[in-house]
Design a protein around this ligand. Structure first.
Ligand code: 2P0
Length: 319
């Protein structure tokens, strides 16, 4: 028995930062994201007779570091009595570098596991299970513009707009493709325990979500950009104020922000966001993507530029 699923990462315009419940990996705040179309992770899960322990290949190489997290996610989906499986993932973009590779990986994993173990779980439940493995993964179960709502006991995801409702482009400036020094999960906990700005971050999130929701409903890119840049820089301020301080940016990240400011000053409707890594993501109308891409590619320290439209949620490719 074998199943293969595909999922795209998502980029949050209102960020998830901080956990309310570590054991169940419940986020402390809601978030809103855009699911990408061209970056992807394909995940194959295979039940193999005689296999004693789970095995994991990531881009063709055995990966023991991620194996425990993958096994744990499979246990959450299918229970601990399940047979051992061989898991193989392949991503077409750098992993663990602030490009939401865990979102696409765990979204694809739950969809493949659901098929291989013949569970036929509803999508809402798959999103909740993916979120247990990686908070942002829940959002990649859906396409388009997705809100993750955070109630007392669980999370749920809803579509604010479908994949074709607002044809934006996301231009990703890669400034350092290597893995990040501190995982998002660890960094969130350091923020919660030590940042003097953490409580304010949590307190203001409902207002930021409402503003982003309204901007998306009106398809108002300038309004969305204003709240998304504010929310992103506020999240990084929480990290800057932590002890030890956490700075995911490098000089090229800052140069990219300046490039976006120059584009904005010249009348291009574009905004940026940055996650737990040094890459900058610029979001603009499809008609401006070539201009934005050229400007970021010409920015000092940018090693590669990737581009994506808005994509669909995780789905099964084959069984
Ligand atoms: C986000 N990030 O909303 C935020 C912004 C990074 C910065 O969700 O610990 O890998 O696995 O639940 O999902 C990255 O965090 O964290 C993330 P875990 P995850 O996209």
């Amino acid at each position: 028995m074998r199943a293969t699923a595909i999922a795209q990462p998502n980029i949050a315009v209102v960020k998830y930062w901080g956990k309310r419940d570590l054991a169940r990996n419940l986020p402390a705040v809601g978030s809103i994201s855009i699911t990408l179309s061209t970056l992807y992770t394909e995940m194959q899960v295979e039940i193999e007779t005689g296999l004693v322990d789970d095995a994991l290949l990531v881009n063709g190489a055995e990966n023991r570091t991620l194996l425990a997290r993958v096994s744990n996610c499979l246990n959450i989906v299918a229970g601990t009595d399940r047979p051992a499986v061989r898991v193989s993932s392949r991503s077409n973009f750098p992993i663990a570098a602030g490009l939401a590779s865990s979102a696409s990986a765990f979204a694809a994993l739950v969809v493949a596991a659901d098929a291989v173990f013949a569970l036929s779980l509803p999508r809402a439940q798959l999103a909740s299970l993916a979120g247990r493995a990686s908070g942002s993964a829940a959002r990649s179960l859906l396409g388009g513009f997705v809100e993750l709502e955070n109630d007392a006991n669980d999370i749920s995801v809803t579509n604010l707009l479908g994949a074709t409702d607002w044809p934006l482009e996301i231009v990703v400036a890669i400034t350092a493709p290597g893995p990040k020094p501190v995982s998002s999960g660890d960094a969130m906990e350091i923020s919660r325990r030590t940042s003097p700005f953490y409580d304010l971050w949590i307190e203001q999130q409902a207002g930021d979500l409402a503003e982003a929701r309204a901007a998306i409903e009106q398809r108002d890119l300038q309004r969305l950009g204003a709240i998304a840049e504010h929310n992103c820089l506020k999240m990084h301020s929480v990290m800057l104020g932590s002890r030890p301080p956490m700075i995911y940016w490098n000089s090229a990240t800052v140069a990219c922000m300046q490039t976006i400011r120059e584009l904005q000053a010249s009348g291009v409707n574009v905004f940026f966001t940055i996650d737990a890594g040094p890459q900058l993501k610029a979001i603009c109308a499809a008609t401006d993507a070539a201009t934005v891409r050229a400007a970021l590619a010409a920015t000092d320290g940018v090693v590669e530029v990737m581009q994506s439209g808005v994509g669909e949620g995780a789905r099964l490719l084959s069984t």
